[in-house]
Design a protein around this ligand. Structure first.
Ligand code: GCV
Length: 666
């Protein structure tokens, strides 16, 4: 498949119009500079500009130069750049080639303003060094999870039916899109490492190398999820004990082989002792023992192991009120703080449970000052509408990244994550629009942009994405297009929250698929995700005073703020407290009336979203894309009404409290 046959997403040719119509000179050499030159030349070929590599006499509008940026101005580091414009010339300087690549994409995002007026020197550097996308792609089609675990956009762009795809042009296109929004790492296979994926580490390493070769021109390093039991499964050893010399030697030897084949390999990702994956517990060892063994194997080559903190008992007895899944990661990992090697990164899901629509920030992020912590987000919309619903997630992620666990004037989550990085589970597949729902592309774009700069405003990121993707100024009615997309997307996370599980209680989804309502779907299951609704009230008591003690895992002031229903934020009330239905929220409404009101309101808002899209004048967006979004909005409206009716009916039946406004509940 040719690049022009792929959906261009946020890099359509027209995004390069401003750059492509300029006379540009590039100073510097190297593989990433070749990419920069190729991008510039393609754009110039289309829009009438010129591109020169090295010195010459002709006047230029744009200079990209690899040159040591004076140390007194801070330099640019490995990936940063300085942008300035003086006397009609726009200049990009960078210490390292990746900086010029990111600088070029920055100028593309700016468009014409990059070439107008004067611009004092602006220094751009990523706030987080590691900005990684995790693909949950399976090599073999998994009987339950399919080709991509929690994938809602078709098959894998890398693997098909147990083999590497012959045509990897989508991977090359993916690399380009990821680089444009700032990503520099990709984990190419699922964290659940089944038999075929395990072999990627050894006899199928050539396939990984082939993918790495497509990522490299865009400054993206490849990482691999590995199975902790590989020494047994692949090496024929009787044990995978991390302290056993034979095991350590197997990993050292195998890792050496990986670097011989892929010299810029990023490192390993491990899900251990989690949902059936093997891990160090089987040998009576700690997770620090396990992670450090891999860290030691990777260290000579500069590699890093990302070790996931998603460890909990998934075979819990629902009758057991003493076990609280939310506590698990903290209880397992915080005692190990200070024991992990410097090249071991603890990868923590942003919330204590599992990517719910609303969760508090995981206390693990706050409690391991001597460990490098990476924060994991989920762009694939497992619990947020599965790319059938519009749910723009940047506002949620911004809330997480800007949360200050130790109170005002103290570091926020993004600053803690600077030690380990930001990781996002990808939402792409071989769907023509990459993400199933075309508007879900914005989530991947926003993830990358927030990883580069976690302080960005979600609405501003959406502006960028709209301008790049839809080129409103090239349409007959730019303002209507911009306004419609913002109205559809800006508040869509809040809308989704309104018609699904209320006030932070989570789940209530269909077991297995995690799509659609099932209020008691997980209530008597072993997964540890309960809401405890009865005739009097609902919610999980996680207080120190009377509950599971989870609030005690937070530092002050949040340990106290969460402890009392009087101070706990409304949106998390049922995560932390079991309260009666007539409990009055800070909003002034009772819990039960809040449930009714938000569910009516959320479902109504989806109708409004569909109307907005229907009212979009013809010709502003591509007709096929228009039809795809229309079809998904129909499903979102249907599903939101189902959620509304099931949730409202359930709670009317449980509580016996009628809706104050007398609306129809079944
Ligand atoms: C990759 C949840 C998902 C699983 C996923 C797991 C994880 O449990 O439902 O599909 O497995 O999280 O993050 O490891």
């Amino acid at each position: 498949m040719k690049r022009q046959d792929l959906h261009a997403a946020w890099l359509p040719p027209a995004a390069f119009r401003s750059v492509g119509s300029r006379h540009t000179v590039v100073h510097g050499d190297g593989p990433l500079l070749d990419t920069v030159l190729a991008e510039l030349r393609e754009a110039a070929g289309r829009y009438g500009g010129t591109v020169r590599h090295g010195d010459g006499a002709e006047p230029v509008d744009l200079v990209l130069a690899l040159s040591a940026v004076p140390a007194e101005s801070g330099g640019t580091g490995d990936e940063g750049f300085v942008l300035a414009r003086r006397d009609g010339v726009t200049t990009l300087l960078a210490d390292a080639p990746a900086g010029l690549l990111h600088g070029l994409f920055h100028v593309v995002r700016l468009g014409e303003p990059a070439f107008t007026g004067e611009r004092p020197a602006e220094h751009h550097r990523p706030a987080l060094h590691r900005r990684i996308v995790d693909d949950w792609d399976n090599v073999d089609v998994h009987p339950v999870m399919g080709q991509v675990e929690r994938g809602y956009a078709g098959g894998s762009i890398v693997w098909r039916d147990g083999a590497l795809r012959e045509d990897l042009s989508r991977v090359a296109g993916y690399a380009r899109l990821l680089a444009c929004c700032g990503i520099n790492g990709l984990v190419v296979n699922n964290v659940n490492v089944h038999a075929s994926e395990a072999h990627l580490l050894t006899d199928r390493l050539g396939e990984v190398a082939a993918v790495a070769g497509l990522l490299r021109p865009y400054g993206i390093r490849i990482h691999l999820s590995v199975n902790f039991a590989s020494p047994v499964q692949l090496g024929g050893l009787p044990t995978a004990d991390p302290l056993d010399e034979r095991v350590r030697e197997w990993w050292a030897h195998t890792t050496r082989g990986v670097y011989e084949t892929i010299p810029d390999f990023g490192g390993y990702l491990v899900k251990a002792d989690s949902e059936g994956q093997p891990g160090p517990f089987a040998y009576g060892r700690t997770h620090a023992d396990g992670a450090n063994m891999l860290a030691d194997a990777l260290a000579p080559f500069g590699g890093v192991v990302h070790w996931r903190a998603f460890v909990y008992n998934h075979r819990q007895d629902w009758r057991d009120r003493g076990t609280d899944r939310a506590r698990a990661a903290y209880d397992h990992f915080v005692p190990l703080d200070g024991e992990f090697r410097d090249n071991a990164v603890l990868q923590v899901k942003h919330g204590p449970l599992d990517f719910q629509t609303r969760e508090p920030v995981s206390p693990v992020i706050t409690a391991m000052p001597r460990t490098r912590v990476a924060v994991e987000l989920q762009a694939t919309q497992e619990y947020t509408g599965q790319q059938r619903h519009v749910c723009y997630l940047a506002p949620m992620w911004r809330t997480v990244l800007g949360f200050r666990p130790w109170g005002e004037d103290r570091p926020d989550v993004a600053q803690v994550a600077a030690g380990g990085g930001l990781v996002g589970v990808s939402n792409v597949g071989d769907d023509p629009y990459w993400t199933g729902h075309p508007l879900a592309q914005a989530n991947l774009y926003a993830f990358g942009r927030l990883a580069w700069d976690p302080t960005l405003d979600p609405a501003a990121i959406l502006d960028e994405w709209i301008e790049l993707t839809f080129r409103p100024d090239d349409t007959a009615d730019p303002q209507t297009l911009r306004r419609t997309l913002h109205e559809l997307m800006d508040g869509s996370w809040q809308t989704y929250e309104q018609y699904t599980a209320p006030l932070g209680v989570g789940f209530m989804v269909s077991p297995g698929s995690h799509y659609g309502p099932s209020v008691d779907g997980y209530e008597y299951s072993p997964w540890g995700t309960y809401h405890f609704a009865d005739r009097d009230g609902i919610g999980v008591d996680r207080t120190r005073a009377t509950g599971t003690g989870y609030t005690g895992q937070y530092p002050a002031p949040w340990s106290d703020i969460y402890e009392s229903p009087d101070t706990c934020p409304d949106e998390l009330l049922l995560f932390f407290h079991h309260v009666p239905y007539h409990h009055v929220l800070h909003s002034g409404r009772t819990v039960i009336q809040h449930i009714y009101d938000t569910h009516f309101e959320g479902a109504r808002r989806t109708e409004r979203m569909r109307e907005l899209w229907r009212d979009l004048p013809a010709g502003l967006v591509d007709p096929a894309l228009y039809a795809r979004v229309s079809e998904r909005l129909d499903e979102q409206v249907r599903s939101a009404h189902e959620w509304r009716d099931q949730i409202n009916t359930y709670f009317l039946r449980k509580s016996g409290v009628p809706d104050a406004h007398g609306r129809r509940i079944y």
